[in-house]
Design a protein around this ligand. Structure first.
Ligand code: AMP
Ligand code: MG
Length: 404
């Protein structure tokens, strides 16, 4: 602790300690993009499963075309045609050829494919003007993966290429952690729904849309429940209502030091399952977390200022969403970059300044207030300034979180 503030790492560790992975489920391949694989995937059969042609051309015995050249072409009879998907068992007689398409099973006895471009494309006889050695344009069974070979490891976050390997190996469904369901709750008497008129004293709700979008960006399902008045009963009732569809609840607003106006804190503190504290960071100092309801659904309470809520989501909620899937890799990538301009940071707190990362240089944006959403929308990075540094100059190296 520094001045009664909890360090960022300690706060994150405490949040993660309250979160258990969701029960593993089996899902159809079309549902699993971005999910975490819960069991290794192996090749049941060799990949490819049979010897096949890599090109459109003619299956031959390589020795029959050994001397072929432009000057001395070789002509062979064409005794058949095999298209991709043809399941017939064909054999190539001596001194002849079979027209063959890309992906078609190689006929028995053939050991090379002459690309159609090296021939006159003949139908009953073909004239071949180049030689090929055995194995030319042939994809051998198992040259990509042997039967039993490990294809995708448990714990992988499934991207299109993994899904290709799984589908290509014939698995129709896989064991995964379910997509976490995040319910986003925005509190505040001042909030109006975007698209409706404003009266002085009110503002449009930005947080609930932003946090729901950030949760989806992190691979989750998100439901938005906004416009919750600053009244403990309303907060508790809404939470109660939403529990059935939540693997994680995220609230914004109502957790600072303003006493009864801090409605989330006021309502949840009584449950005795919550921790509210000040974290040594800027923006985002007031934070809370805990569990609610019979099923002890985890809840993270973010501050109301939109930039604070955004930064807190990236720093605390993303890793928590990973933990629901037993996946440690959901935090943002950290890179080093050279500052192009000076910056300041309060002593004893870690700053997350909005910046623009370009190559190996990063520029802090003007407008670092925690209500500056317009500035936030121009950022692609968060410049992190350690607790013990109060200023940095151009050319200094900064650690930068790359925003998704
Ligand atoms: P609070 O944490 O509730 O005291 O809110 C801190 C600041 O953030 C206040 O200026 C609020 O008006 C603002 N704020 C709270 N919730 C939202 C929201 N959903 N969208 C935009 N601004 C908000
Ligand atoms: Mg509020």
């Amino acid at each position: 602790m520094t001045d009664g503030l909890t360090p960022v790492e300690a706060h994150l560790a405490d949040i993660l300690a309250t979160i258990a992975p969701l029960p593993v489920t089996r899902l159809e391949l079309s549902q699993v993009e971005g999910l975490i694989l819960a069991a290794d995937i192996t090749a049941v059969q060799p990949l490819p499963p049979f010897d096949n042609s890599a090109m459109d051309g003619y299956a031959v015995h390589a020795e029959d075309v050994a001397g072929a050249s432009k000057e001395h072409p070789v002509t062979l009879p064409v005794v058949g045609e095999i298209a991709a998907g043809d399941t017939g068992a064909y054999a190539l007689p001596a001194h002849s050829s079979i027209r063959i398409m890309t992906g078609a099973m190689l006929p028995n006895g053939a050991d090379a494919v002459i690309p159609v471009e090296w021939t006159d494309a003949g139908l009953s006889r073909v004239t071949i003007s180049a030689s090929a050695s055995a194995g030319h344009a042939v994809r051998v069974a198992g040259d990509d993966a042997k039967a039993g070979e490990l294809l995708v490891t448990r714990g992988t976050r499934l991207k299109p290429m993994h899904i290709a390997a799984i589908a290509g190996a014939g698995h129709g469904s896989v064991s995964v952690y379910p997509r976490p369901r995040v319910v986003v709750l925005a509190t505040g008497d001042e909030l109006a729904e975007p698209g409706t008129p404003l009266v002085p004293g009110r503002i449009w709700d930005a947080n609930s849309f932003m946090i729901a979008a950030a949760a989806r960006e992190a691979g989750c399902l998100a439901y938005r429940q906004a416009g919750i008045p600053d009244e403990p009963r309303a907060v508790l009732e809404t939470i109660e209502d939403q529990l059935v569809r939540a693997d994680l609840l995220v609230t914004t607003g109502g957790v600072s030091m303003g006493g009864e106006h801090d409605v989330v804190k006021a309502a949840l503190q009584r449950l005795g399952t919550m921790t509210f504290r000040k974290v040594a960071m800027q923006p985002g100092m007031p934070q809370g977390f805990g569990v609610v309801g019979q099923d002890r659904v985890p809840i993270i309470t973010l501050p109301g200022n939109p930039v604070s809520a955004y930064v807190s989501f990236q720093v605390f909620v993303r890793p928590a969403l990973g933990a629901l899937q037993d996946y440690p890799g959901l935090g943002l990538p950290l890179v080093k970059a050279s500052l192009t301009a000076p910056l300041r940071s309060p002593a004893g707190r870690r700053s997350y300044l909005r910046g623009v990362l370009s190559g190996d240089e990063v520029t802090p944006l003007t407008g670092q207030g925690s209500h500056h959403i317009a500035t936030l929308s121009r950022a692609n990075a968060l410049i992190t300034v350690p607790e013990w540094i109060v200023q940095q100059g151009p050319g200094d190296t900064a650690e930068v979180l790359v925003l998704p």
